[in-house]
Write a protein that binds this ligand. Structure first.
Ligand SMILES: CC(C)(COP(=O)(O)OP(=O)(O)OC[C@H]1O[C@@H](n2cnc3c(N)ncnc32)[C@H](O)[C@@H]1OP(=O)(O)O)[C@@H](O)C(=O)NCCC(=O)NCCS
Length: 377
């Protein structure tokens, strides 16, 4: 019998087409609906990029105003969702909290319940659900951080756009435009990345004709792992361990001797560098200057140059975003939930795309267990 050609981890396997984003590792480029992500990060508010991912075109002024009005209308944390969050132990990982909150939102959406036969919903219903989740997640993430700090919830502000309001709900202070800009860029850079593990999870769940909320809940579970979204949190743990730039060499000697993976470096697709890193590094530089924290930049540069010189493996987006979120004031545990708030736009665009041209995703496996045997009687 010939051995099947097994693609462990589905590496290199093309499973479907998508019109949402294009990753080109050869040219280190990432396009959302044809636009380079760097261009979008430099010129657009996150709301416009969300619109682009869902609809295929950037919004005109009226369409953007319309999306912003809907987003504002769904910003506040619903009392029943807050009640569910309050039941979760403070010791739980915030990703468990976010996952549970999204599940609660799904359970209270009258359209998503009922017969499993129509659980998938129409494209219009799914777009509405996507916008509602996009609008609700900042309050969930912000309240999560405040709850862990023993602080009260802060109501959203109607006069602020998405990114500024997100920061307001987290910190209760009017954010500086430099900080809003860096945060907005990070949201755009995290929004979408083709068939990564969490997006693929969302597509697998959608392919069974399950509902959008279930797809997003599953995607959050996939994103939690440190080989995927959890890496931005892991980068800060590493920074904390190293302490300062002059400790990089001994720390790296020990870490590599123990065969540790250095979080924030390496990528399944990009082998010559992550297309999003220069934009996020530039945003980090503005924060370093704003907060007067050159020590962070020194540690960042020292670890990067030492690791790249030794292994030839380049930083991924989580490397600059981790310290950027730290400087803004987010707790390390909140980093991956921030990724959820951004990536929910890409996930839901993929749910809508998958549902529009569906085929049940069900690969095969090669059995290598014990041969057939029988129960002794
Ligand atoms: C992202 C990642 C899972 C991609 O991995 P992959 O394409 O499956 O490649 P592998 O994990 O098989 O790595 C290939 C080789 O490079 C090494 N490598 C890759 N990333 C590494 C890292 N961050 N630190 C140390 N070694 C690394 C592996 O140990 C392996 O070495 P080997 O061939 O001697 O066994 C991997 O680079 C990683 O674990 N990075 C750290 C986590 C992270 O930052 N994730 C966020 C991704 S956006």
């Amino acid at each position: 019998m010939t051995e099947p050609d097994i693609k462990k981890g589905l590496a290199g396997v093309v499973v479907d087409t998508t019109a949402i984003s294009k990753v080109n590792p050869e040219t280190n480029s990432l396009l959302y609906r044809g636009y380079p992500v760097q261009e979008l990060a430099a010129t657009q508010p996150f709301e416009a990029v969300a619109y682009l991912l869902w609809n295929g075109e950037l919004p005109d002024a009226a369409q953007l105003a319309d999306l912003r009005a809907t987003e504002r209308a769904h910003r506040a944390l619903a009392a029943e969702v807050k009640a569910v969050i309050d039941l979760i132990p403070l010791s739980a990982h915030p990703m468990d909290e976010v996952r549970t909150a999204v599940s609660a939102i799904g359970a209270s959406d009258p359209g998503a319940g009922g017969s499993v036969l129509n659980a998938g919903g129409s494209p219009a219903e799914n777009l509405e659900r996507s916008i509602r989740l996009f609008a609700a997640l900042p309050a969930i993430v912000a309240y999560g951080q405040r709850r862990r700090r023993g602080e009260d919830i802060i109501a959203p502000r109607d006069d602020l756009d998405y990114s500024a309001n997100f920061l307001w709900m987290t910190f209760g202070e009017e954010p500086d435009p430099v900080v809003v800009d860096a945060f907005n860029r990070s949201m755009i850079l995290y929004a979408e990345h083709s068939f990564n593990a969490s997006t693929f999870t969302a597509r697998v769940i959608t392919s069974t004709l399950s509902d959008l909320y279930s797809a997003v809940v599953g995607a959050i579970g996939a994103l939690k792992g440190p080989l995927h979204g959890g890496a931005n949190e892991a980068v800060l743990h590493i920074f904390d361990e190293i302490g300062s730039a002059d400790n990089v060499v001994p720390w790296l000697d020990a870490a590599l001797a123990e065969k540790r993976k250095i979080m924030g470096f390496g990528h399944r697709v990009y082998k010559k560098g992550d297309s999003r890193v220069p934009t996020m590094k530039a945003a980090l530089d503005t924060l370093v200057e704003h907060y007067g924290r050159e020590d962070v930049a020194e540690l960042y540069d020292a670890l990067e140059s030492e690791f790249v010189a030794r292994k030839g493996i380049y930083p991924n987006l989580d490397y600059p975003s981790g310290p950027a979120y730290n400087l803004i004031g987010f707790d390390t545990l909140t980093f991956t939930p921030l990724f959820v708030a951004a990536r929910v736009t890409g996930w839901t665009a993929h749910v809508i795309e998958q549902a529009g041209a569906n085929a049940l995703i069900r690969p095969l496996s090669h059995y290598d267990g014990v041969d057939e045997r029988h129960v002794e009687r």
